[in-house]
Write a protein that binds this ligand. Structure first.
Ligand code: GLY
Length: 376
């Protein structure tokens, strides 16, 4: 399978900046040429998911990757961390920072994040503050990180109050997406990633939503060409959105469809695996569509179509699918910490139809309370 390069472009006040996303099969074994340009003779801090380097169970692709980059870098220094959202905290960040400094790094040193969304987010954040900012490369190994978190430069950790409240925008030098890494991804993680894929269709592209609706059985068989199709399309939609809004002053907020509800729900699971990010977003998307319908923005037919696709994928679609106790007032309390809020007013991402999301500022709390009371 030929690999493909997508260019992510975004502008700052001075000029247009860009970086490549490489998508292909077996890229991990064949990325010497791609990587040499960025990391030749440099000191590497390879922040990876612990599962790839256990004593009695070493991941073949990961070891091949280390052997490959050792040939043309000055040194490869490993930091293994756990992949769950529980890891995205300030003490783990401190551990990464102190350990990185112990390798006597300099400003030319490069962080490589090798793992899922949590690894990419915390490693990217560490890179953004180490020595006031060093470069990093993303090698996402889960569907969710390949289609979403590795692209666009959002990095960070969770606060006790809610998700991703501490962080920075720090764009990577490059993103390398090896589709074959998904072959060993557990089904639950895969489905959670698929929610973010579906999200792109819902926000901006009804044809893409239709493609997933028509092909989800093939996708669930990890069919290589459908996987390549959905990953490339997702990365293209995301890079198109962030092109003019790197720091989320406007349209980038659309990528948050389902996330106001979702982040709140996820935090009630205490990040212990009871509910993982994509599952919470699945419920969040259904709630966003139901609310859009209730407020007269979106038809019942379209809302039902969205819920049915997620149900067919055996994803949770309502509070009834959860084993955690949640109340309207607890949900409203969590919404206060949403980063989209302005002047203490809540902002939600709602839909006019499949393929057209919009930003709803000044959400009426009474409407929201009534809605949640009916749903919970
Ligand atoms: N995951 C949402 C964003 O990157 O803006």
């Amino acid at each position: 399978m030929k690999s493909e390069i997508i260019k992510v472009t975004f502008s700052n006040k001075v000029d247009n900046l860009s970086y490549p996303i490489f998508v292909g099969a077996n890229l991990i074994y064949n990325c010497e040429k791609i990587l040499k340009k960025f990391i030749h003779n440099k000191k590497i801090i390879l922040i990876h998911d612990k599962v790839f380097y256990k004593k009695n169970e070493i991941n073949e692709s990961f070891v091949a990757f280390i052997n490959l980059i050792e040939k043309f870098t000055s040194s490869v220094n490993l930091i293994g961390i756990s992949g769950g959202d529980k890891t995205k905290n300030i003490s783990e960040l401190n551990h990464i920072i102190e350990k990185s400094l112990s390798f006597e790094i300099d400003r030319d040193s490069i962080v490589i994040a090798f793992g899922g969304g949590v690894i990419g987010d915390i490693a990217g954040f560490a890179a953004s503050i180490l020595l006031r900012g060093i470069n990093y490369i993303q090698i996402p190994t889960t569907l969710l990180s390949q289609v979403d978190s590795s692209v666009g430069g959002k990095t960070g950790i969770n606060s006790r109050k809610s998700k991703n409240l501490i962080g920075s925008f720090h764009q990577p030098l490059a993103v390398i997406i090896d589709i074959n890494l998904l072959n060993t991804l557990p089904k639950r993680e895969f489905l959670a990633g698929l929610v973010e894929v579906i999200k792109y269709g819902l926000i901006k592209d009804d044809k893409f939503f239709h493609y997933v609706e028509e092909n989800y059985k093939q996708i669930l068989k990890y069919d290589q060409s459908s996987l390549k199709e959905i990953i490339i399309k997702s990365c293209k939609i995301k890079s198109e959105i962030i092109k003019n809004d790197e720091k989320e002053n406007g349209q980038r907020a659309l990528l948050n469809l389902g996330h106001t509800f979702g982040h709140a729900i996820e935090s009630f699971g205490k990040y212990d695996g009871t509910i993982i990010h994509g599952e919470a977003i699945s419920i969040g998307i259904c709630l966003a569509f139901k609310l859009s319908n209730k407020m007269g923005f979106c038809s019942l037919i379209e809302t039902t179509r969205v819920i049915n696709l997620l149900k067919n994928l055996k994803l949770p679609t309502s509070f009834l699918d959860l084993s955690i106790s949640i109340t309207t007032s607890k949900m409203l309390e969590k919404f206060k910490y949403d980063k989209k809020n302005k002047n203490n007013q809540l902002t939600f991402i709602l839909n006019e139809r499949i393929g057209k999301s919009f930003i709803k500022n000044n959400m009426d709390v009474n409407v929201l309370t009534k809605f949640l009371d009916e749903e919970i």
